[in-house]
Design a protein around this ligand. Structure first.
Ligand SMILES: Nc1ncnc2c1ncn2[C@@H]1O[C@H](COP(=O)(O)OP(=O)(O)O)[C@@H](O)[C@H]1O
Ligand SMILES: [Mg+2]
Length: 151
């Protein structure tokens, strides 16, 4: 029987707890792979916060996503995903591989995001988080999500 891979797209402000959630989830569900643009930035530039090679970073994100879904692996995309335009291509890849596409939506609570971000090793500038919050777009089923999980 052909299995259907699951694609989880995390949606949350920096600092809100996405990477923490992803590592716990994978600890409980070891048959899932995480693709995290911050980790790829670190691989390429040596600095997870370096935004200068984003084209290359996202090319790798999509290459890896394609390869993993092709081999029926379950994938978690650990990025902010706060705009529909950020999610569109990920959803298209999921559809292409007939994956079950799940939005994991973290509460866009600006004060929690800012205070947890300040406790983190790598801090994102506050104004970046505030701007993301202003541009936040809620995930909806019509984008192509089969399920929306609220964290
Ligand atoms: N549920 C939580 N309650 C309290 N602190 C948390 C929680 N989740 C994450 N944190 C802490 O908040 C900071 C940011 O978490 P992180 O997972 O790196 O966020 P993100 O990946 O969304 O930027 C870390 O210091 C982490 O330990
Ligand atoms: Mg993170």
């Amino acid at each position: 029987m052909e299995s259907k891979p699951e694609l989880r797209i995390l949606i949350g402000l920096p600092g809100i707890g996405k990477s923490t959630w992803a590592s716990k989830f994978v600890f409980m569900n070891p048959d899932h792979r995480i693709i995290c643009p911050d980790d790829i930035r670190k691989e390429i530039t040596g600095d997870a916060g370096d935004q200068s090679k984003n084209d290359e970073v996202f090319e790798l994100v999509f290459n890896r996503l394609n390869t993993l879904l092709q081999s029926q692996e379950n994938v978690i995309i650990d990025a902010t995903g706060y705009r529909r335009s950020n999610r569109k291509k990920l959803i298209e890849y999921g559809k292409k591989h007939k994956a079950k596409i799940i939005a994991v939506r973290f509460c866009p609570d600006i004060s929690t995001a800012l205070s947890q971000n300040n406790k983190r090793d790598r801090r994102v500038p506050n104004f970046v988080i505030i701007n993301m919050h202003k541009k936040w777009e809620e995930p909806s089923p019509e984008e192509g999500f089969d399920e929306i999980v609220i964290v």
